[in-house]
Design a protein around this ligand. Structure first.
Ligand code: FPP
Length: 253
């Protein structure tokens, strides 16, 4: 058993959460929601909420590493988020660039592997090159996989996979009768990443919002009313604690 509260002083208040180290979810995926409401409550522009959300990203990656999570997927920009005001879209692109610029060396030092799920060809050139560099620099690392879902949509991902598979069939590389779930998964952005065991959504919303639609088939869901900028290490621990007390049957008995 892992006493997570040995990891930092702050956590001493909450001694009762003890995690089973043999049942840490391998892959946690998070819908980082509530930045706008967090900012509104403080009479700040929405973009300040996103900025505060980046601080939470730092905390959550560190804690995930400490807890032994192998894959962490963060939903940072959806295929639907282009509908937001131009100013907010630009601010999110800028935050991605700034985050990778300021964090890449440290992430790399800690063995983090950066992956992206989503169509990055639609991002501004500057963001594309930061993303490609981060992927390249960290590709041989062996630590936690940080999968950033950016310009990601579950439906878009499935359609893309279908199109890629059709091309393979057309070129006689694959026979239709040989297409099964395992084959299909090789055409998703998440190729080589196991399905998320646990999906976390803060801010009180209880929707999937086009996130990992194929991959979430047997994920456990965990919700919290706290907005993403206020999401702390203890929320992650509580989510894992609750996960460890679920009965995952995968359709069996
Ligand atoms: C949802 O909250 C949040 C987003 C659409 C953006 C999340 C992005 C970040 C936290 C930072 C940028 C990413 C990286 C990887 C540096 P919302 O704006 O929909 O909140 P609301 O529902 O309260 O309005």
């Amino acid at each position: 058993m892992l006493d997570v509260f040995k990891t930092s002083k702050k956590k001493k208040e909450n001694k009762e959460i003890v995690l089973d180290q043999n049942n840490i979810p391998k892959h946690i995926a998070i819908i980082m929601d509530g930045n706008g409401r967090w900012a509104k409550k403080r009479k700040l522009p929405r973009t300040m909420g996103h900025k505060a959300g980046v601080e939470t990203i730092r905390r959550v990656i560190k804690e995930s590493h400490i807890l032994g999570i192998k894959y962490l997927t963060l939903y940072a920009f959806s295929t639907e988020n282009w509908k937001r005001p131009d100013e907010e879209v630009s601010a999110l692109m800028k935050l991605l660039v700034e985050y990778l610029r300021s964090e890449l060396a440290e992430l790399n030092k800690n063995g983090v592997v950066i992956k992206i799920s989503g169509d990055i060809t639609k991002l501004p050139k500057e963001a594309q090159s930061e993303v490609l560099e981060a992927i390249e620099v960290t590709k041989n690392n062996t630590g936690i996989v940080l999968n950033i879902a950016f310009n990601y949509g579950g439906r878009d991902e499935i359609i893309r996979a279908v199109k890629l598979l059709c091309e393979e069939v057309k070129s006689d590389n694959i026979k239709i009768e040989n297409i099964d779930e395992k084959v299909f998964e090789n055409y998703l952005y998440t190729k080589n990443i196991p399905d998320p065991d646990l999906i976390i959504r803060p801010s009180g919303e209880q929707r999937i919002s086009n996130f990992l639609l194929w991959q979430c088939a047997y994920s456990e869901f965990w919700y919290s009313n706290v907005c993403w900028p206020d999401f702390k290490e203890e929320h992650l621990q509580k989510a894992i604690y609750d996960y460890q007390h679920r009965d995952r049957r995968y359709g069996g008995v």
